[in-house]
Design a protein around this ligand. Sequence first.
Ligand code: NDP
Length: 249
Amino acid sequence: ETHSLRDQVVLVTGASSGIGEATALRFAEEGCKLIICARRTDRLNELKKKLVEQYEVPVHTATLDVTDSAKLDEFCSQLPPEFKEVDILVNNAGLALGTAPVQENSVEDAMTMINTNCTSVVLVTRHFAPGMVERNRGHIINISSIAGHYGYPGGSIYCGTKHFVRAFTDAARHDLVGTDVRVTAISPGAVQTEFSNIRFKGDGAKADAVYDGMIPLTAQDVADSVLYAATRPAHVQIGDIILYASYQA
Ligand code: NDP
């Protein structure tokens, strides 16, 4: 028997585009209550409209920069009563910035990646995991990457952050043994979203060239794998799902 998601409270960080947006839509389709946050308020409002119109689910939006730890703390602790007990946390907000070799890394970009991809995951998890343990139910799903499995040229910091996400997830699973709280990492290969454009700092030609000869994954493919993990029976713990893009013959 799969696990029903109806009326569960789902928090998705970085829900204003790409994988986060697709994941929020996918959970809404299952009748979940959604908390969506990101920096771009207009995008969140558009998504909220879609979620409410298409699926008639309750939605709470928050404009939030997850690297601002004071604001992040305020957001977590001041959720409206109906949304306070988060059942499924999807730590998705993340980015790669630049492709510099290790000896030329921008310290500022490195810190942004570390704070967005790692620190926020630690803080949000620290906030919501106690309630999950107390209620003995919950699922924390962290979006890692194949960059969390391998290194590649120009990826020292990004790959480092995604290895962190995967190791954090794996260690947390050990800590939660004996509870019905599950933790899962999702490790996609290339997904066609705004990610590449941000990585190449708006250079569209370079951003598009990443997908040359490739059939990239879609945000929906990743959202489907998140849903798969979340809907397994309680005793089935999905540790990590790797999704590879395909290459044209
Ligand atoms: P997008 O750029 O489309 O989405 C990234 C999301 O993160 C946006 O909603 C963005 O919102 C949000 N975000 C970024 N920085 C912050 C911040 N400081 N505070 C709050 N929200 C933030 O890319 P993807 O959907 O592809 O990326 C989602 C996740 O998937 C990331 O963790 C990424 O590392 C991972 N991933 C992506 C792959 C790919 O090839 N695309 C492959 C493997 C993993 P806003 O800008 O409005 O704040």
